[in-house]
Design a protein around this ligand. Structure first.
Ligand code: SAJ
Length: 416
């Protein structure tokens, strides 16, 4: 066994925690990955992965085979703890910190003087200090940095993950890291750990600033996508092609309009603005409006499809793609799923869904009898209306002749 400072316990083996655990193991740390899901733990211990991410399977397999990565459902003593659990919101858009509280509870019992705790989960401002207070309550025998500053026994920092699904391993190493310490010493300790695998710059700040930086990044993207989506509504109203408008406007040296689409999905860009809005409701009309524009887009697209389908007595509508963005298998909060659901519950005819990255329709669609999963050839052959919902690679290759005579609604500008 290595000295304790070379052991890391990663709590949460999702699309951030598992790659982080595997990279740490590949850089010589002894890593214990912890997850509440016993199936995930069993898979990782067999050297397998439960998420689709390029090269992750090879890295995990190698780390497990060399005995550098193990998984368990409970944490064990380690020099550093990295928390990467979900922080979603509850129904009224309030942050749900229950997974983080559970993670804190689970590590509190094994914490020792000299340890380092880092949260990578996205957090409302003030949560890293709140975590210090939860840990201090559970462990009155230890001093924490929100009270003891540099005299603390345990150092606590926030270093938000910023990796893009589909490019996680590359971005984990190459992206710059924002590291916010509850005290300067906390940040210094955390930086020492990240330096072992980050080739980008480590940017040191306070925990609260790091929290808002991460939220600002995803909110910035949400607001800018909302602008593109609003422009697409304007173009629909005026009978213009939004991609032509955006492309030409983007030839201006200081304009960079993002891509309009069927809406904003995934668990990050559509969620994080709410953490800012919740903490400063009176100051955030723009972010709130952006959320409303992006959330309304699937219903707008569905209405367009329903109007097009109404031209046919028994329309066959091919819907290409279900994931929340291109070339991944993640259906979480996907606008494409919502659009298919609206078509199946409000329209008529058959809906033929093509999603090359998943084996089964999600439960919310599987139970609807007018929805069938088919392959691309069958959908294109049968369809009266072809709707492009996700710009997956195989859809890019569709020859224009195959769309001739059909009504085409391209929400991603792939076939223009
Ligand atoms: N989208 C558009 N138009 C665009 C760009 C995206 O409609 O021009 C849509 C996508 O189709 C998708 C949604 O927005 O439905 C979000 O996709 P995304 O690629 O913008 O972002 P995510 O959610 O996959 O990952 C984001 C990233 N954040 C930023 O780019 C600022 C990533 O770096 C973060 O690590 C991740 O959130 C996270 O975990 O917070």
């Amino acid at each position: 066994m290595k000295p304790k400072h070379d052991t890391v316990c990663v709590v949460g083996l999702g699309y951030v925690g598992l790659p982080t655990a595997a990279i740490l193991a590949s850089r010589g740390f002894d890593v214990l990955g912890v997850d509440v899901n016993a199936e995930t733990v069993a898979l990782v211990n067999q050297g397998k992965v439960h998420i689709v991410e390029p090269d992750l399977d090879i890295l995990v397999n190698g780390a497990v085979a060399r005995g550098k990565l193990k998984a368990a459902t409970r944490p064990a003593p380690a020099g550093a703890f990295i928390i990467a659990v979900p922080t979603p919101f509850v129904d009224d858009h309030k942050p749900d910190l229950s997974y983080l509280k559970e993670a804190a509870k689970s590590i509190a019992g094994v914490l020792e003087k000299g340890d380092l705790v880092i949260i990578e989960s996205t957090l409302p401002v003030g949560t890293t200090e709140a975590l210090c207070a939860w840990l201090a309550k559970a462990r009155p025998d230890l001093r924490f940095p929100h009270q003891a500053g540099s005299e603390a026994d345990v150092q606590v920092a926030h270093s938000p993950e910023r990796v893009l699904p589909g490019r996680v391993l590359m971005e984990l190493a190459q992206n710059d890291r924002v590291i916010g310490g509850v005290s300067p010493l906390c940040a210094e300790r955390a930086e020492g750990l990240y330096r072992r695998f980050v080739n980008g710059e480590c940017l040191i700040t306070t925990a609260c600033t790091a929290e808002l930086v991460k939220l600002a990044e995803n909110s910035y993207r949400d607001v800018n996508i909302a602008f593109a989506n609003e422009l697409s509504l304007v173009c629909d109203r005026l009978g213009l092609n939004v991609w032509d408008v955006a492309d030409l406007a983007n030839r201006h040296p200081r304009v960079d309009i993002l891509k309009p689409g069927p809406g904003v999905g995934g668990h990050c860009v559509a969620v994080d603005p709410w953490f800012i809005i919740d903490s400063a409701p009176g100051e955030t009309p723009l972010m709130r409006a952006a959320r409303a524009v992006n959330d309304a887009k699937p219903a707008h697209v569905a209405a367009r499809i329903l109007a097009a389908a109404a031209e046919f007595p028994a329309p066959r509508i091919a819907c290409l793609g279900l994931s929340y963005k291109a070339d991944i298998d993640d259906l979480r909060e996907s606008p494409a799923v919502e659009i298919v659901r609206i078509l199946a519950t409000q329209g008529k005819g058959d809906i033929l869904v093509v999603e090359p990255h998943v084996r089964h329709l999600p439960e919310c669609l599987e139970t609807l009898d007018r929805v069938t999963a088919v392959d691309l050839d069958r959908a294109l052959e049968a369809a009266d209306v072809v709707v492009l919902l996700v710009d997956h690679k195989p859809f890019k290759a569709v020859a224009p002749e195959r769309l001739e005579g059909k009504t085409v609604i391209d929400t991603r500008g792939l076939w223009r």
